[in-house]
Design a protein. Structure first.
Length: 403
């Protein structure tokens, strides 16, 4: 997959095996394959607030699909590929998602690797009335179910271009869906799971750094560490109505883009370090506010933001008392967490199981996700399963870090 940072393609090869209600995933390989510079520039130019035409959409669909095929072919052989593609637009109107578009034609992957490809996963949830995101909640919840009771109410946080969180239910079994609140606990004894985008993680800082320097991001948080937060600009940024909307909700670069940044931050004429420091504080505060709101005790953190010391320091200060646990400690490489999660979603689709949690996305019901592009021969899928796993245990290739 490639996320809202659109800097490269994250790959994960996972071997899944099921034993009762436990699914074990062994991460055998991970990699990040940078986009060719000219392709990344074309993606950036086509994203809001840019304008494009259908010829460019066709070209990008082909070129992104070919880039994904190259990235997948560089991994060890797989039986099935799940490709998220590159999100180009998430159509939100009046708080409701009306459509979503991911480019990266899967036929190129199927042709190159000779195996079936699951793709276009988000739109089925949107068609069922959901936000189409964060789909990783279907992976997060059974993963969080393995944490000990001493962890307190648990959550998962991914810091990519956009930050999203998953909040586990309280005192509920199983950890998925409305059935979690059936008697004997009853609705009053249980808070259902939640998942939603909290706002920008690196989207605005990346835009600021790129505009000023041509570099893609604030490497190691050095600019943020060298700057000073401008409280007036931070207050104006925090007044954004999106932060005050109730979940489920999603957002992306259709809102938090370079044009948005110019409109709000431009009049302040800050130097780059102060601007990046303020935008980093914005991410930390909007995320920490949600962690505090849900009374979380332990949060499993992943995404490129984990490698930004300035962001993590600001987040720890604002989320005082919350234990921030790198996903690496649970066997999920933090840089490849969403790729691992989409591998799981592909596994669910191949086994005829829904890959959405309606309580998290707002859909009217759980749905089997995506479309399947066959390999060169007849399409042969595993026998359908009746129920998704209740717990996920991960292992394999990890790169431990301390948050």
């Amino acid at each position: 997959m490639s996320g809202t940072s659109h800097d490269g393609i994250d790959c994960a090869l996972v071997r899944w095996s099921r034993d009762g209600d436990l699914l074990t995933g062994v991460v055998e390989h991970t990699a990040t394959v940078p986009y060719p510079p000219e392709l990344r520039a074309a993606i950036v130019a086509a994203l809001p607030p840019g304008r494009t035409d259908m010829g460019e959409v066709c070209r990008l669909d082909t070129l992104v699909g070919q880039a994904f095929a190259d990235a997948a072919a560089a991994c060890p052989a797989a039986d099935l590929v799940c490709s998220h593609g590159q999100t180009m637009y998430h159509w939100v109107k009046g708080g409701r998602v009306r459509g979503t578009l991911q480019l990266g034609q899967p036929a190129w992957i199927a042709e190159r690797l000779g195996v079936p490809v699951v793709s276009d996963l988000r739109v089925r949830d949107v068609a069922a009335g959901g936000q189409g995101a964060p789909l990783v909640s279907a992976f997060d919840l059974p993963l969080l179910a393995g944490l000990p009771a001493s962890a307190g109410r648990a959550g998962a946080l991914n810091l990519g271009g956009i930050a999203n969180i998953t909040v586990a239910p309280t005192a509920c079994e199983p950890p998925l869906g409305p059935a979690a609140c059936e008697p004997p606990l009853g609705p009053a004894a249980c808070e259902p799971p939640l998942a939603y985008d909290t706002g920008p993680a690196s989207a605005l800082t990346d835009a600021a750094v790129r505009a000023a320097t041509g570099m893609p991001y604030d490497e190691d948080g050095r600019l943020a560490a060298a700057g000073k937060v401008h409280e007036g600009l931070l207050a104006e940024l925090l007044a954004e109505p999106y932060y005050h909307r109730p979940p489920p909700k999603t957002t992306g670069k259709e809102l938090f883009n370079a044009g948005y940044l110019d409109r709000i931050a431009g009049p302040y004429a800050l130097g780059l370090p102060d601007l990046v420091a303020t935008l980093t504080a914005l991410t930390a505060e909007t995320v920490a506010a949600e962690l505090r709101r849900h009374g979380l005790g332990t949060v499993v953190v992943s995404g490129g933001g984990v490698r930004n010391p300035a962001l993590m320091r600001a987040l720890r200060e604002r989320a005082d008392g919350v234990r921030l646990l790198p996903s690496d400690d649970l066997g999920v490489p933090s840089d490849a967490k969403e790729a691992v999660a989409f591998s799981y979603l592909g596994w669910l689709t191949a086994h005829g199981l829904p890959g959405t949690v309606p309580a998290c996305t707002g859909a009217t019901g759980a749905r089997v996700l995506g479309t399947i592009t066959p390999g060169p021969g007849p399409l042969r899928l595993p026998a359908p399963l009746d129920l998704p796993p209740r717990r996920i245990r991960m292992g394999g290739v990890v790169d431990p870090h301390t948050v």
